[in-house]
Each structure stands twice: as C-alpha cells, then as structure tokens.
Ligand binder design. Structure first.
Ligand SMILES: [Zn+2]
Length: 449
C-alpha cells in the first residue's frame, strides 16, 4: 500500500504532484461566488469571483489559477492588496498585511476576456465554444479557463453562480436553479450549490436546448431532467429511458444518491467522450443514436456522482478510485439489464488486458497515463477481485459504507484500504498491493462460496 506516499520532495505542500508547475494557493477555499456576464455571440466573458477562504498557513501572499483571462482589479476583504501580478496561468497576490493560518479572507477578482480551452498535457480542456453555445469540460485542469480557483481535486468548495447571457438559450450549471430572470434581451440565471465540489467538476453548459423531465421530483425519487436540442428528442428518449432504473440499481448497491438532482445535457455538437460534472453529465449528439449504443456510458457517468464527485480523490494519483468504480458500475448495469454477468465481463476484460503491456501501476499511473483505458479496466477488475475475495454481501456493504463515510469528501487508496478492513475484516494489503501498486496483472481470486 503506497497510497498516501509522500509527494516528491520537489513538490511543495498544497500542490498536486501531477500538476507540479502550480504554486500552492495558500488558501483553503470554502466557497466560490461567481458573477458572470457572457455574450454567446462574441464569446466575451466579464466576471467577478469572490473566493471565500481561510489562510492555509501564516502568509503574506496567496495565489489562484487563472488562464487566458485578464484581471483588472483585485480586492482582499474589500481593500486593495499590496500588489498582484498574472504570470504562467496564475494570479499571485501580495497581501497588504500578513494573515495567520486559519484566518478568514475573501479575495475578489474582476476579470474579462474571450475564454477558451487550456492547452496542456491532456489536450484542450476547459471552456469551449460550441457551434451555438458553450461547453465546459474541466477535467483535469480546465477550471482556471473560466474562473480563478485553487484547481486541485482535493480543494473542494461550495459554489454560488450567477450567469447572464442572451435570451433564447438554456443555461445549465451545478447545483439547483434559484431563478431565471429576463432582463431586456438577456436572462440572469442564478444557481446555488452548497455541497463541496472540486473545481474541475464545476461547469457551464449553454445551448438552444429544451429541458424535459425524465423523472419528476415526487415520492423520494431523484429528479432527473434531460436538456437537449429538440431535434434529438426521439433519440435521447429511447437511449436514456433506462437511466431511472440505473439510478434505482445504483442507490441500492452504492447507497443514497449524493446530490439533490441529476441532469443530463446532450449537446447539438458531437463530443469525443461524455463527461461528468457535479450533479450532471454531458453527452454529445453522437452519444444518442436512438439504439442505446452508448448506454454503458450513461451508467458510467451516473456512477461518477458517487465515485469522483461525492468521493473525490485528494490527488490525481488516485484516479482509479473514480474510473475503476465507474467502469465497474457499467458491468453491474449490463448484468441488471439482462446481459453478461459482471463476473463474465471481468474475465473477458482480464483476458484482453493480459495481451496488453503490463507497465501501468494504477495507484500511481503518472500524469500521462491517468486516462489510459487500461487504468479504467484494471480499476474495475480490482473492485471485482475484492468482491470475489469478500463475497457479495460484504462487498455491497463495503460500497455503501465507503460512500457514506466519505460523502462529499476527499479520498485516497489508503482511506479505501482502511474502510475495507473495517467493514469486511479482510486485510486488503496483499490484494491492493498486487492490483493497485504493482504492474503485472494478477489472477482473479477464486470465487467465495
Ligand atoms: Zn469516467
């Protein structure tokens, strides 16, 4: 078990080892208040971000990630700071007076520009113009393309977001819609999201969409809307028809759904891959073909609400705790829907992985292999190996205990090992050493009777 291994000496505290070029923010952010004025036609963003935080240590400087947008004004607790400067994707602020660790401060940033995706090791990530609208895909480092933040998965915070744009568009973001008020030819949308979330899971979706309830808010069910262009109505109506059954299955297996609602946005443009955000998922027009051709991805993205969004890896190194579980949820759904059993799928995937290079350690895949498909599949195999080892009853008790214990929190492989030991009585180290912290592909354990 090497999770929780200390970061290399060259990476300072407060920096994710997979994002080593960042500076520590010096802040523990607990809420972002974002007030955005956006023009879809010209891609012009004017924003005011109020970052409510505590000082992480005694310090006289703090720093936020912000890429491609120009800052015009900074206030700290309503007053001008010593000075500020933008460089290399960061906003560095020298405080007018030093603060003590734990002291509260509000950093207010006025900024503007033409937002666009951030280019880096993972391609183009972040704010993106669609043919007629906007998509934000923040994973893993795109959040600073539209607001100043501490862009680490472990730096979770609540959000309050106001966005004003032209009328005629549907705006979707995280949390619950408070109001949508027309003002002349524009509409002011206000959303509130009290649960803490990682900045990469914050999103804005704008398009010429219609919003349709898939499951209304009645009888203790999780309300689910679909937000999509009218032309795709028949296709999504078929392809997403079984999502409510998936929700029922996952609530039973994983424990209560962690957020007040779950929405699906389907963009008018095709997308390479769907993506999860806090309380919603985004699919491309190509993912609704009217034949449920992407149904496994519908299950995958829904499962991320538990694994990734409610329980978020403290650092990117532990991304298998997101992708392995979401991939396993695909197998659970296929079995529930009358397809192959999870066990049969696991054995087929293991056979396939055996033919691929075994040079990936999923407990520390390295920055460039974070999204390697082998990590997803081997992560799911790890989950299945545990299930075989402890038996079905203890396994599903474990999943429910895991999501309850760390609900809305930050997690690590070490925390998972402790939960396994507490709930099942198994000493998980040999299994996790072999599956998570070593490269060669182990055999699946014999099935427990
Ligand atoms: Zn995923």
């Amino acid at each position: 078990m090497t999770s929780g291994a200390p970061a290399p000496a060259s990476v300072p505290a407060g920096v994710d080892p997979y994002l080593p070029d960042r500076a520590p923010s010096g802040l523990d952010v607990d809420r972002y208040d974002l007030e955005l004025d956006y023009r879809v036609t010209t891609n012009r963003l004017d924003g005011v971000a109020r970052v409510h935080a505590r000082a992480a240590a005694d310090t006289d400087r703090v720093s936020l990630d912000l890429v491609g947008l120009r800052v015009s004004r900074v206030l700290v607790d309503g007053k001008r700071p010593g000075r500020y400067a933008q460089r290399q994707g960061r906003l560095d602020i020298t405080l007018a007076r030093p603060v003590r660790a734990g002291e509260r401060l509000t950093v207010e940033v006025h900024y503007a520009g033409a937002p666009g995706p951030r280019r880096g090791p993972w391609g183009e990530v972040g704010w993106e113009e669609l043919t007629d609208g906007v998509l934000v895909a923040g994973q893993p480092d795109g959040a600073p393309s539209w607001f100043p933040c501490d862009d680490r998965p472990g730096a979770k915070a609540a959000f309050h977001l106001v966005l004003t744009c032209e009328a005629g568009y549907e705006v979707v973001t995280n949390g619950v819609l408070v109001s949508a008020r027309p003002r002349a030819s524009r509409v002011r949308w206000e959303f509130d999201q009290p649960e803490p979330t990682a900045p990469y899971l914050a999103t804005v979706q704008i398009g010429r969409y219609e919003r349709t309830p898939l499951v209304a808010a009645t009888g203790g069910t999780v309300p689910q809307d679909v937000v999509a262009p009218p032309r795709l109505r028949a296709a999504w109506a078929h392809d997403l028809a079984r999502q409510p059954q998936m929700m029922t299955l996952f609530v039973d297996r994983f424990g209560p759904y962690p957020f007040p609602r779950y929405d699906v946005v389907v963009t008018d443009d095709p997308l390479e891959i769907p993506l999860e955000a806090h309380g919603l998922s985004v699919f491309g027009a190509n993912h609704v073909d009217g034949r449920r051709g992407s149904e496994r991805l519908v299950a995958h993205e829904l499962a991320h609400q538990w694994f990734g969004n409610s329980l978020t890896a403290a650092t990117w190194q532990d991304i298998w705790l997101h992708e392995g579980f979401a991939c396993y949820a695909e197998w659970l759904w296929e079995e529930e829907a009358g397809g192959r059993t999870a066990d049969a799928q696991a054995r087929a995937v293991r056979t396939r992985l055996r033919g691929l290079p075994q040079d990936l350690v999923i407990g520390d895949p390295g920055r460039d292999a974070m999204f390697d498909d082998r990590l997803y599949k081997r992560g799911a195999l790890t989950v299945h190996a545990l299930r075989l080892e402890v038996g079905d009853d203890a396994f599903f008790d474990l999943l429910r205990a895991w999501t309850a214990r760390h609900r809305h929190g930050s997690v690590s492989t070490g925390a998972f090992a402790r939960c396994v030991a507490d709930v099942t009585g198994l000493s998980p180290e040999p299994l996790l050493d072999a599956w998570v912290d070593s490269a060669p592909l182990p055999d699946l354990p014999a099935r427990r009777r």
